[in-house]
Design a protein around this ligand. Sequence first.
Ligand SMILES: *Cc1c(COP(=O)(O)O)cnc(C)c1O
Length: 405
Amino acid sequence: MEAYTKIINAELKRLEESKTFKYETPLNSPQGGVVRVNGSEVVMLASNNYLGLSDHPVVKEAAIEGIKKYGYGVASVRFICGTQDIHLELEKKISEFVGCEDTILFSSCFAANEGFFPSLTNEKLDFESYKDVFYSDRLNHASIIDGQRLCKADTTVKRIYNHADTEHLRQLLEEDKDKDFRFKIIATDGVFSMEGDMAPLPRLVELARQYNALLFVDDSHAIGVCGDYGRGTPEATGVLGQVDVITGTLGKAIGGAAGGYISGRNELISYLRQKSRPYTFSNSLPPSIIFGAMAAFDMLSKDRSIVDTLHKNTEYFRKEIKNLGYTIIKGTHPIVAIMLGEAALAMDMSKELLKEGVYIKGLWFPVVPRGEARLRAQVSAALSRDDIDRALDAFDRTGKKFGVI
Ligand SMILES: *Cc1c(COP(=O)(O)O)cnc(C)c1O
């Protein structure tokens, strides 16, 4: 045990020294536009609670009703005795919302992505010999990378294309055109979490058709966020109904509790219910989450105003933070990357901003390229105009203090 401890301590020390150790700051309140930290109220600019549903009375009431009507837990996987009618109902709602034929639920989007790739590639089916290939954006989420790592190395080819570079992707597809691949899958995040930019979906749809590939989009940061109705990047980019496979989380805009899904064609979803290991061998989502998520989708389907508020808040914050003199990555998403350059500056400014009443996280190498350290603000519909103005004032004072603006 001595030897183990020594190695582990050395790595912990290395993380501390390289300033990559991740510290947690406990909140003494629910997630929201304003939260309580160390006894004071601070404006939250770091959560994925884009629509403010994490602590929304309608969602909370629904979750409580879920417990009252269907219990606390299901204590089974779906195919044994863990499917309640409400699981099917939520799957139907998600399918309608994202414009796909069918949907399969997972305990998280991480599990969904890990459950997707190997369930296709690790099955021989009726093929004597075969190979499959992935084309993956360089900045794809860890869960896509890990999902692809679970695929058998001897039969799976992994190709990485430069971030959002559809010409690079086209070249790779062209090189592979005459190779006899069984499954070709283009995989991308719908929205990339470090930059807040959207994948070039219309071109990806074209390339997938032209080269007979399947297009897989992880819309975790986009569901409830992008598009006039919050249906995600396919809505925002005009290709609703044209993406083959969409995955996403219920742990961000859609209430922020937990849960993930894969949506696609009927046969594909039926197949995943048979083959996908995190689905087959892991517990069903509890009724509270099913009810909470259904209430969230119902609210979005009936009323555009929450999504509108998010878009207006985002537009306002983006405009005003630029007016203060900060450099941000252009875009329309509530993820706003405020570029600072040096890691130490991002670290010190995020600490100072917390003292000034703003909760925001800095990102630096190796999470983003060296010299591109930044603060990542995430705007929410839970923020009042007053909350945003208070945050902007803090940015004004802090930026001047550090000589950034
Ligand atoms: C947040 C996120 C996930 C993980 O979702 P969970 O439901 O929390 O596991 C997966 N993919 C992307 C792109 C994400 O942003």
